[in-house]
Ligand binder design. Structure first.
Ligand code: ZN
Ligand code: ZN
Length: 771
């Protein structure tokens, strides 16, 4: 006995990461009690703190469980402990109330799909939560969208106004209950309720009757605004052609595909071809929209995703969705609740004002949404999961930096697909998707997001990282702040975001291909080969610059880029011949499309995104776009219908004339000339699209490999919106790997501008200060 007592020891254990609001304290409690340990556990502003006394083996076992088998929603970053003198003051194990001290430094957890335990209660007629749309527990439910501040406790959430009934309170206080300290805990007698409204705000039905009412109008082909976790959806029957067309008309949204919610995996399988990656993405607790190939004959209106072979599917992620989907038993359009490009509506007054005129009814509830959060979008590429929009279910999960940051950083991102990030110590936290800042309401959401993220993560930024583009609203805001500005070139940020997600600290050859980003020379870059790390970059090569006739008009009208590339590849006469077929305004635009070093009529661009646009216009796919990247997306869709092995062999030789500044230049003129010849010959445009992808991809990799060798680098990082094109990305990746290079490709961070703030934050956190 005395020997055993000698082994008694006391430890202070510090756990960091996403450890609050995920059932961590109950988890510690249960194991500590089972192991016969005494002491306490509490949430504080650094994470979870445990002081525990007992025998060495049991203490070791507890520490092992903390790091190796934490609760399902926890993301443990570190478990550190120190031995303290054992003083025998503890007689039991307790959970101590949170201490709201000092500066918070904990990760707030993500919103998570309803767990199976909760679902079976919702489905059980004998359970007190039968049919209750807000059922949740420590393993599931809303988090980020309801948190006002930290520590994460009920008074700091939008559940503060709901007083728990005696039964809920008992669950909340019972350490062995699944709802022990589940902050959004609620039941039909004490929690939030749903209500069904006329679009003018007149109450029509409540609770169960509200659900029946909404099912009835949806099945009748009407359009309903439905309040969810991170905002409102606009919903209608996806198999009803008129309803879908009407929704598209009311939303003033031209061609962007609508997302669908399906009842279960079975229904998803009946509609789309799902590989194991897609299936696991559909079912994961983040419940993103998963883009997958549509099966022929699927009973979905054409207006859901016009001209697209893919559908965006998601499974229900709240009890309300489960109840609704079980009753309608058909796929529903669940599009974000906004008109055109406005931010998604999340506040009730705002929803009635903005969405009222667009819908026939509203299904709302009285749990406030504090942070608007769109659905996330992922694509299973066959090789990995690609993040297209990182938002609900993923934000604000932290990314681990490869080193500790020297400073606290705010990074304000770019302009389109905006996100903001903060960095402190070894973490970068990226916000939810905010949207395109050119809209006033989105800009206001951006301002709120910067403040909220800093508060939640206890960031007092010393520096603000921003884009070089002087006209970006994010840049202007950054320069207005009383913080040291840290300018980061757009494509450098892209590459750094890829390095950060892979924890890669060395120098790489970065290939950043995207729409447009402001270059250090004041031209619009977008086809860049950079020798880069967190400290800086050197531009090693770029795409051949061509004029962008009409500036921003060339983004909306790909035919303008077709003129510019034809003029480059085949001369002004060829461009003139082509012009008549492209657009009646060609003759006014042609002079702007011909590169002229003397007069410089147009802005020059090295954008690969614009090159894809040009080819899309050349093959007759489309000469106008209604959203950025549309033409390029459709070109990829065309190419995909031809297997890679059957793609024609188009020129892959790089015309590597050095630029006047001495850079290597990737000039795809021979490739464009071939495209022109094939179009004239009447070759199937899918075949041309496949040949172009293959040719440009191989040429890119050949130049990349050569540059990597020249600079003694063994790793290449691919980033920028163009690499969302899976066909193209795979070609480049394979050809680089065949050269023996390690290729870093995005997974958890979007390759598009949604990832820019992550790259900016990583550079300002880990890099050396710019002069
Ligand atoms: Zn649950
Ligand atoms: Zn209750």
């Amino acid at each position: 006995m005395s020997e055993l007592r000698q082994l008694t020891e006391r430890r202070r254990v510090r756990v960091t990461g996403t450890v609050q609001g995920v059932g961590f304290r109950p988890f510690v409690f249960r194991h500590a009690v089972a192991l016969g340990l005494v002491g306490f556990v509490l949430n504080d502003s650094s994470g979870v703190l445990i002081e525990v006394e007992g025998e060495h083996t049991e203490l070791a076992e507890l520490c092992r469980l903390l790091s190796e088998a934490p609760p399902p929603l926890a993301r443990v970053t570190s478990v550190d402990w120190a031995t303290l003198p054992s003083d025998g003051t503890f007689d039991s194990f307790r959970i101590v109330d949170s201490t709201a001290d000092r500066v918070p430094n904990v990760a707030v957890s993500v919103d998570s799909a309803t767990c199976d335990d909760c679902l079976s209660e919702v489905d059980d007629p004998y359970d007190r939560r039968y049919g209750y749309p807000f059922t949740n527990c420590t393993n599931c439910g809303p988090r980020y969208t309801i948190v006002l501040s930290v520590p994460y406790d009920r008074p700091a959430t939008t559940m503060a106004g709901f007083k728990m009934c005696a039964e809920c309170q008992t669950e909340y206080e019972d350490p062995v209950d699944r709802r022990f300290h589940a902050q959004p805990n609620a039941c039909p007698s004490c929690g939030p309720r749903i209500a069904f409204y006329h679009p003018t705000g007149r109450l029509l039905a409540e609770a169960g009757a509200a659900l029946d009412a909404v099912v009835e109008v949806l099945c009748a082909g009407q359009i309903v605004a439905i309040k969810g976790i991170g905002g409102y959806h606009l919903a209608c029957d996806a198999s009803n052609h008129e309803a879908v067309a009407e929704l598209r008309r009311r939303k003033a949204r031209d061609d962007k595909p609508f997302a669908l919610m399906v009842t279960d995996l079975e229904m998803a399988r009946s509609m789309c071809v799902l590989d194991p990656g897609a299936e696991s993405a559909l079912g994961c607790v983040a419940r993103p929209i998963v883009l997958a190939r549509r099966k022929p004959g699927t009973a979905v209106a054409d207006g859901v995703a016009p001209g697209m072979p893919d559908l965006g599917l998601m499974l229900p992620y709240t009890p309300l969705h489960h109840l609704l989907m079980a009753k309608v038993a058909r796929p529903l359009v669940m599009s974000s609740g906004n008109q055109s490009d406005d931010p998604i509506a999340h506040a009730d007054e705002d929803a009635f004002a903005r969405l009222g005129p667009m819908v026939d009814a509203v299904l709302a509830h009285d749990r406030r949404i504090h942070v608007r959060c769109d659905d996330s979008v992922v694509r299973a590429t066959g090789r990995r999961l690609q993040m297209v929009r990182r938002s609900r279910g993923y934000a604000p999960e932290a990314l681990l930096l490869p080193r500790e940051s020297a400073r606290q950083v705010l990074a304000v991102g770019a302009e389109l697909k905006s996100t903001v990030s903060v960095a402190k110590k070894s973490l970068v936290v990226c916000s939810h998707h905010i949207g395109d800042l050119e809209h006033l309401a989105t800009y206001q959401a951006f301002l709120q997001a910067t403040v909220h993220l800093c508060r939640l993560f206890g960031i007092e930024p010393e520096v603000v990282a921003h884009d070089l583009h002087p006209e970006y609203l994010s840049t202007k805001h950054a320069l207005d702040l009383d913080l040291e500005p840290w300018p980061v070139q757009h494509h450098h940020a892209h590459i750094a975001s890829c390095l950060a997600e892979h924890g890669h600290t060395g120098t790489v050859l970065g290939i950043a291909f995207d729409g447009l980003g402001y270059g250090t020379d004041g031209t619009m870059w977008g086809g860049e080969f950079l020798v880069a790390d967190f400290n800086g970059f050197e531009r090693a090569a770029h795409l051949q610059p061509v004029p962008m006739p009409g500036g921003a008009a060339a983004v909306r009208e790909p035919w303008r880029m077709a003129l510019a590339w034809t003029a480059r590849a085949a001369g002004a006469d060829a461009a003139a011949r082509l012009g008549t077929a492209l657009d009646p305004r060609w003759s006014q635009v042609l002079p702007l499309a011909v590169a002229d070093s003397e007069r410089r009529h147009s802005i020059l661009t090295t954008s690969v995104g614009r090159l894809f646009d040009a080819v899309a216009a050349l093959v007759g796919l489309r000469s106008q776009v209604t959203y950025e990247g549309q033409a390029a997306i459709e070109l990829e869709v065309l190419a995909r219908s031809v297997p890679r092995t059957s793609a024609p062999k188009y020129p892959t030789e790089i015309v590597d004339a050095a630029s006047p500044e001495g850079f290597d230049v990737l000039d795809p003129s021979p490739l464009i000339a071939t495209v022109l010849t094939e179009v004239e010959r009447g070759t199937d445009r899918s075949v041309i699209a496949a040949g172009f992808h293959e040719g440009l991809g191989r040429a890119t990799a050949a130049l990349g490999a050569r540059l990597a060798r020249r600079h003694g680098l063994d790793t290449v990082a691919l980033s920028g919106g163009v690499f969302q094109n899976v066909r193209f990305s795979d070609i480049v990746e394979d050809a680089l790997a065949a050269e023996g290079l390690t290729v870093l490709v995005h997974e958890s961070v979007p390759p598009n501008d949604g990832g820019i703030s992550v790259g900016q934050a990583a550079i300002a956190a880990l890099g050396t200060r710019p002069d």
